[in-house]
Design a protein around this ligand. Structure first.
Ligand SMILES: [Fe+2]
Ligand SMILES: [Fe+2]
Length: 188
């Protein structure tokens, strides 16, 4: 492979930049596969739960699909916890950053805030405020995040649920992450 001429970016030439950009374009084509691998890697995480985090994610995506949600929503459901390993205290924000160029701002917001909204189901067990999410009461997407947590997250720890296999979501992931949405995309 052709190499750039610089060792410090301060010395980069236009030819170097063309090389780097071309490689970046090629690399971006592999994003769907890397995302699928990130979901598959959740198999390693289970702890005391009745299902692995992979199964949790498959349940989330399968339930979203069966509820008639669109491709972006199902993709977000499948990916919503891939940040758990690297950002255990801010995984929603991390995954929202992955999604942002490809899905609507509404879906990004749901994923970004889902950790806080999900705390409704357990914060009171730690003596904390389960309604902390209400600081977003009145936000246009508040109810959407409540819906995600209620129907596609908190209930997705069931070993008896017949989730679809991970590979069945590959075409959908490839479609959503093929290229960023155009600028000026609609918010919803
Ligand atoms: Fe989560
Ligand atoms: Fe989750």
């Amino acid at each position: 492979m052709a190499r750039v001429s610089y060792t410090r970016m301060a010395d980069m030439t236009a030819a170097d930049l063309a090389l780097v950009n071309a490689d970046g374009d090629e690399d971006a084509k592999e994003l769907p596969d890397r995302l699928m691998k990130a979901v598959a890697d959740l198999e390693r995480f289970q702890g005391p739960l009745q299902v692995t985090r992979l199964e949790h994610s498959l349940q989330s995506a399968t339930r979203a699909l069966r509820a008639g949600k669109d491709d972006e929503y199902v993709a977000a459901a499948l990916l919503h916890d891939i940040g758990d390993a690297l950002a255990p205290h801010s995984h929603g924000e991390m995954v929202a950053a992955v999604l942002r160029p490809f899905v609507s701002e509404r879906i990004c917001w749901i994923v970004e805030k889902h950790g806080l909204f999900q705390a409704y189901y357990y914060a009171h067990l730690m003596g904390e405020d389960r309604n902390a999410r209400d600081k977003y009461a009145g936000h246009p997407w508040y109810d959407d995040c409540v819906e995600f947590c209620e129907h596609f997250d908190q209930n997705c720890f069931d070993p008896a649920y017949d989730s679809l296999p991970l590979e069945s979501f590959r075409p959908l992931i490839e479609a959503v992450f093929r290229q960023p949405r155009p600028a000026g995309r609609p918010a919803g």
